[in-house]
Design a binder for this molecule. Sequence first.
Ligand code: NAD
Length: 458
Amino acid sequence: MNICVIGTGYVGLVTGVVFADLGNDVVCVDKLVAKVDGLNKGIMPIYEPGLEEMVARNVADGRLKFTTDLAESVSKSEIIFIAVGTPPREDGSTDLAYVEDAAKGIARALNSYKVIVNKSTVPVGTGNFVREVIETNKRRSVDFDVVSNPEFLREGSAITDTLVPDRIVIGAPNRIVAMRLLELYAPLERPMIITDVASAEMIKYASNAFLATKISFANAIANICEAAGADVNQVVKGMGLDNRIGQAFLSAGIGYGGSCFPKDTRSLLHTAQSYGYEFPLLDATIATNEDQPKRFIKKIHAVMGENLKGKTVGVLGLAFKPNTDDMREAKSLDIIGDLLETGAKVRAYDPIAIENTRSTFPDITYCGNAYEVAAGADALIVVTEWNEFKLLNMERLKSVMADPIIFDGRNIYNTDRMRQLGFQYFAVGRGSAVGSQIPNTVGVREFRFVRAEDAVGV
Ligand code: NAD
């Protein structure tokens, strides 16, 4: 099939290369000349495991092209995917300007029947909006259909998620159009849901809001655990083994960030309120998430003092989550921002997100690994749970620190082991609260059964 993908970001680029890998002829369009030039030279604009190699192979085989020429790409394609950004507005609603631009471009180039597929995350009703924009701007009397096919990939595992998605959601105006998409996705042999456009649009927001709620729920439980002397890592493990609950997205920490959950939860809340429903549950999910890094920062100051002048603080991890270089709504931004404001010198390391952080924090010291960060530091803060931080040589780390204090925002270390090693160790919701009145309950600890594969080494 001849396919055009508009937008070569995390979603568009990965979608385009995977469709090419399945044997389709794909042209990826972006309005950023530098991005397209880079892609044509084999330079990836984002980091995703396996992406560079897959792009190179499909470009070499002649199935994948990159261009800024939207009109030509649209006119030669049967199916056109819109995968442009849908950023939040100040009031939480979704800014559809890029989607509108793409739809206008499609309309002007429409030369025969096309299926236009919205892959961007867009509020319920956007399918109709795109239809209207194309109807109003098309220059020829040709027919077209608008389909919703929301994307569920996760940054860091985007290629695998696109090749092996849990489900493929197709919201189509009729069965014939749905079949076109079904045919395209058939080689993946994954479960597909065929529904109407509005329901498909809603499935995306409902899914992200539910996952965000799971995280905020774990964080709310963590906050009680912290005060009560319980260990939230054990609590969520015990909860998650119940098949009805599941382990996924049930980890406590400093809250969710990234380009999707924060904006999608606010957008759904805005949609709900525009229909007269306040959605208090989602409101609380958002509030809990916003509060979580503030609580963590308070904890840092409770231990180190309000004024950090003269202190050096090391930050492990900058990206909003492991295996990505994406800094959008990363918690490191709040934490480093506060450290600088309160006078600390900051040293930081992330395996791949340093370049994306430099423009925001040009004056902090970027290091080549965790031990370099720790050298002379009065405290270390774990912000992103990269695998390489989980098995650090803690004796070595401690030996180079000025003061062995660790604030673990992702709960990746074993509390007892850290204390045995002589660290002052502060995690989230693990009975380690500053000012917590109740010590850890020794009896439970002695008989705790931890599966070998769940044990986190230090
Ligand atoms: P992104 O910002 O990484 O990429 C968007 C790209 O679209 C940019 O390169 C931009 O230059 C390009 N663009 C914008 N307007 C254009 C136009 N008119 N013509 C050509 N190119 C244009 O965004 P992303 O992270 O890939 O997200 C895209 C959409 O997918 C968003 O709606 C997002 O919510 C959704 N989504 C993202 C993820 C994720 O993990 N990033 C996962 C699922 C869904």
